[in-house]
Design a protein around this ligand. Structure first.
Ligand SMILES: Cc1ncc(COP(=O)(O)O)c(C=O)c1O
Length: 515
């Protein structure tokens, strides 16, 4: 980059580097590109073979089976050979890994990933840019900035908006709460009043909000009761009457509401809080609105459902997790803010890295906006995804899984073996096996058992959660390859396991309740 006023003198270029010597054969340099090609091709072949051969999402391996295999490896005695190391990797990892690629992986918010992003992953780790400063990334900095601007436009945050890529929704939420805290403390008298101000800060989020909000409050030194759970309606969306009441109560008690966190896609129920009404309440009360769209952000590119996020454009900050509903490999997330000036709360100048004069010289440094220093160029994965597939194709994948969740919900409502909780706006389905007769007393145990037995068989993976204190099962559908037949088959397996448990227990044959 040519600095204003500086004359840069061209010097003669260095000679072509010598080929790698044996002890440096594994260092990726100009001299080892042939080796690099071979090794990566080998690794890609092994993964491709494994994924092609995967007939179930999990082998059901237990920690007891796997731990001795991993513990038994002498890390001080290298195998020295890529093929042997890949054979060993097959044994300690590839064979027994959990495969989100498989259509019967129905558990957590993990997506199968798109191939353009895998290409990005290979490129970004090989070039190994670090996103803190221009002099460690060059074009990477500008590519990340373009993607932040692109996402900000999709959200509709306006011309003063900005943001930064993060490692995930937890970090994005943490940074959002950090910025909101600093704005609240500044409004309450700044540094001198900080200890007293911190103890009075409150964050309001729905009872179905993500636990990372609690964690952020703890990390940020807020009071143990700083996060207030606002009640939800029958659809598990934040109740706006309760929100308004809580804001009033905090005022009356001399507490300061530092932020309201609305969730656009709750982890369990896939529901979206009423964003326009919440935005009205926050605007009237002068309270920071953070929208946690870690899950629902895929709607930003949905050809048919973007309207479900209406109101998000009024947020002060937004979390988006491309590694959930944009089909990106972990990690890939961003925090966006309406007013780029608030990012200064994450800025610290170090002479050796990002001196204040770099700002005057208008050298773009992402470290000034981030709570990380060395940082992966995760943005490249999204860049290649958009350049190869385009946003509509990504949105269509997300639309498909939302349709599939609606079909699963329909199946469950018509199936007398199960009870289904609220209908998701996204792609989760929460339900439980509900035995009739005396077996009903065993409902919690039967559902727990069914989930464990299913995982042990490896035939399918489903998640579990509690709803109003009762154990339930959960599908999180993020794989468009999952068919309605897959879902029906998994429901039959669950009913078989749970039914077996109830029959055996009521006949008094099973002494140990849960294996
Ligand atoms: C609504 C919501 N917010 C935040 C997170 C945290 O995201 P991450 O796991 O990327 O840290 C999750 C994770 O499931 C989530 O569902």
């Amino acid at each position: 980059m040519k600095l204003p006023g500086a004359t840069v003198q061209a010097l003669p270029t260095a000679a072509v580097p010598a080929p790698a010597t044996a002890d440096r054969a594994h260092l990726f340099t100009a001299g080892s590109v042939a080796h690099y090609r071979r090794v990566l091709a080998d690794g890609i072949d092994r993964v491709a073979e494994r994924v092609a051969a995967t007939d179930r999402p999990f082998t059901g391996v237990t920690p007891q089976d796997l731990a001795p295999r991993i513990a038994g490896i002498d890390l001080d005695r290298p195998l020295g050979d890529t093929g042997a190391a890949l054979d060993e990797l097959q044994d300690v990892y590839l064979r027994d890994a959990v495969y989100f690629h498989h259509p019967r992986y129905l558990a957590h918010l993990n997506c199968p990933v798109v191939i353009p992003a895998l290409l990005g992953e290979a490129v970004l780790s090989a070039v190994n840019s670090s996103m803190d400063t221009w002099d460690q990334s060059a074009g990477g900095t500008l590519i990340e900035r373009r993607l932040i601007d692109w996402t900000v436009d999709r959200v509709g945050l306006g011309p003063a908006a900005d943001g930064v890529f993060t490692s995930g929704g937890t970090q994005s939420n943490l940074q959002a709460m950090l910025l909101a805290r600093e704005e609240a403390v500044a409004a309450d008298g700044g540094a001198a009043a900080r200890p007293e101000a911190l103890s009075r800060l409150r964050v309001l989020t729905s009872a179905a909000g993500h636990f990372s909000v609690q964690k952020a409050a703890k990390l940020l030194g807020l009071a143990a009761d700083a996060v207030v759970a606002v009640g939800t309606d029958a659809d598990r969306r934040m109740r706006t009457d309760e929100l308004a009441r809580e804001i009033d109560r905090c005022r009356r008690e001399g507490l300061r509401v530092m932020a309201v966190v609305a969730t656009a896609g709750t982890t369990d129920f896939g529901t979206i809080d009423p964003l326009p009404q919440i935005a009205d309440i926050c605007a009237a009360a002068g309270v920071w609105l953070h929208v946690d769209a870690a899950y629902g952000c895929g709607l930003l590119v949905s050809p048919t459902r973007r309207h479900l996020l209406d109101g998000i454009e009024r947020a002060d900050s937004v979390t988006v997790d491309y590694h959930k509903s944009f089909f990106q490999p972990v990690s890939s997330s961003a925090l966006l803010v309406r007013d780029r000036r608030v990012l200064r709360h994450a800025t610290w100048h170090a002479d050796y890295l990002n001196p204040a004069r770099a700002v005057e010289q208008r050298i773009p440094n992402q470290v000034d906006k981030s709570i990380q220093t060395t940082r992966r160029f995760d943005a490249l994965k999204l860049w290649l995804t958009l350049r190869i597939m385009g946003p509509d194709a990504v949105g269509a994948l997300f639309d498909e899984v939302i349709d599939r969740a609606a079909a699963a919900w329909q199946l469950l409502t018509e199936d007398p073996r199960f009870e289904v909780v609220t209908r998701s706006q996204l792609s989760t389905v929460v339900f439980r096996y509900l035995p009739s007769g005396p077996g009903r007393a065993l409902v919690d145990e039967a559902n727990l058992y069914a989930r464990e037995a299913l995982a042990a068989s490896g035939a399918a993976l489903v998640a579990g959660t509690t709803v109003d204190g009762a154990h339930h099962l959960k599908f999180t559908l993020l794989n468009p390859e999952t068919t309605v037949d897959d879902i029906a088959h998994v429901l039959d397996l669950i009913a078989e396991h749970a039914g077996w448990y109830v029959r055996t227990r009521t006949a008094g044959e099973l002494s140990c309740p849960i294996r």
